[in-house]
Design a protein around this ligand. Structure first.
Ligand SMILES: *Cc1c(COP(=O)(O)O)cnc(C)c1O
Length: 422
């Protein structure tokens, strides 16, 4: 369910025509719907009413301060994977006590920052990381709360780049090896064991891998208890999929119920780390058609947004629906929608049947609210696009477009180099 629909032949977000925003801020831009965001948060939270839990939004999906601060008001916490994300979460008003810190490569500075902020817990991804966090906590005169991220070795049946819970992946600690790490952690002076964690992948469209993972974690929780290690938190990660084209992922209601049914008897506080399912369908990216380019084999629609703005098609071959801002019932044609970047992988859609588009037409790339702007870059020295948040008939530019000057901020040409130019 989202808030992007045609009205009198024009694509709207809420009560605002996307073409009006385009006229105001130019293209490309990202547009998010606040009412849709609200609905998605409630759809996840309502089935958990009465369940002892904390939802920690996976910020890497969308780290806009405006969006995070709305989430903070809704009681959400954050799952962060870097010091920068922790900084943003705190700045958006998410209390440190609702922050979990995941990721295989935490630096010493990032670890110190998180310990000093007083986060809920670190999700430990390796043996060595556990030792380093113990050391740093000792140095800072604190005790660091930790969970071990267990790799349960289940196949989430999603794209290989976004599956994380199989033995061959770099994430987490083997189910078999994690027991030893818990025993090691128990004897560490500056470590407080608080939980257990797993996250098996992203864009899952079936409940069974989640339930398989939960089963393996449950067995481990019981084994830990028999060693006198009791936990507070059971962190189930994120990964619930959304509809990009014809996927039929479980409704959050069914996901939440299936999980609470499976783990209820353990009596632990449940931590969820949803990302995509909250924000994916709250956003679109709008672009302008620059040129039509017809070759013997193909018709290319060249637009002013590229893989630097939205990399998912290039990176994962991901499908995003594309809709013209102006509905047309005329001829359709099969085209490649491509960006201006000097890479053959720079496409938004391939062999896609779309209404005939001409120079100057506007398109919306749908379902771009997750892993869209957060993955954007300055490649080809392109400025990063603005982000706009729509609430009913009002819209707010929550991030302005970068300027060319922004592109070179922080750069220096040393005098010695300048003098060598000859
Ligand atoms: C990416 C990630 C998530 C969120 O995944 P979604 O598929 O967006 O729900 C949650 N937890 C961890 C540790 C992650 O890396």
């Amino acid at each position: 369910m989202h808030d992007f629909d045609y009205r009198d032949g024009k694509l709207y977000c809420g009560d605002v025509a996307l073409e009006d925003i385009a006229r105001d801020v130019g293209t490309p831009f990202y547009c998010y719907s606040l009412p849709t965001l609200h609905r998605h948060i409630r759809a996840f939270e309502e089935p958990l009413a009465g369940v002892n839990h904390q939802t920690c939004f996976a910020m890497k999906a969308n780290s806009s301060l405006a969006i995070l601060s709305y989430m903070a008001g809704q009681g959400l916490g954050a799952d962060v994977v870097s010091g920068g994300e922790l900084y943003r979460a705190l700045k958006a008003g998410i209390p440190a006590s609702r922050v979990v810190y995941s990721g295989v490569g935490k630096t010493t500075d990032e670890i110190d920052m998180a310990i000093q902020a007083g986060i809920m817990m670190f999700n430990i991804e390796s043996e060595q990381e556990l030792g380093v966090i113990n050391e740093r906590a000792g140095e800072l005169g604190e005790r660091a709360p930790v969970s071990i991220r267990v790799n349960p070795d289940v196949d989430p049946m999603t794209h290989p780049y976004i599956s994380t819970g199989m033995k061959k992946n770099k994430f987490g600690i083997d189910v078999e090896a994690s027991m030893a790490q818990y025993l090691r952690a128990r004897d560490m002076e500056n470590i407080e064991i608080v939980g257990i964690d797993c996250h098996i992948g992203s864009q899952l469209t079936d409940l069974s891998p989640f339930l398989d993972a939960v089963d393996r974690l449950k067995t481990l929780v019981e084994k830990l208890a028999s060693h006198g290690i009791t936990l507070k938190y059971l962190d189930l990660g994120g990964g619930l999929g959304i509809t990009y084209s014809d996927e039929e992922p479980p409704h959050p209601r069914d996901y939440c119920r299936a999980i609470t049914d499976a783990v209820g008897p353990l009596g632990l506080k449940l931590i969820f780390e949803p990302g995509r399912v909250i924000v994916g369908n709250t956003g679109v990216m709008v672009a302008t058609v620059l040129f039509r380019k017809e070759t013997k084999d193909k018709t290319f629609i060249v637009v002013d947004a590229g893989m630097n703005d939205l990399i998912r098609p290039a990176l994962y071959g991901a499908y995003h629906d594309i809709r013209p801002l102006e509905a047309v019932n005329g001829a359709r044609e099969t085209v490649d929608v491509v960006g201006p970047i000097c890479e053959s992988g720079d496409f938004l859609a391939r062999d896609r049947e779309l209404p005939e588009l001409s120079r100057g037409d506007l398109i919306a790339v749908m379902s771009a609210g997750a892993y869209g702007f957060t993955m954007s870059s300055n490649y080809n020295s392109r400025t990063r696009p603005p982000e706009v948040l729509v609430d009913g008939a009002k819209y707010y530019v929550v991030l302005k477009r970068q300027s060319y000057e922004d592109l070179v901020t922080g750069e220096k040409v040393p005098a010695a180099v300048r003098n060598k130019r000859g």
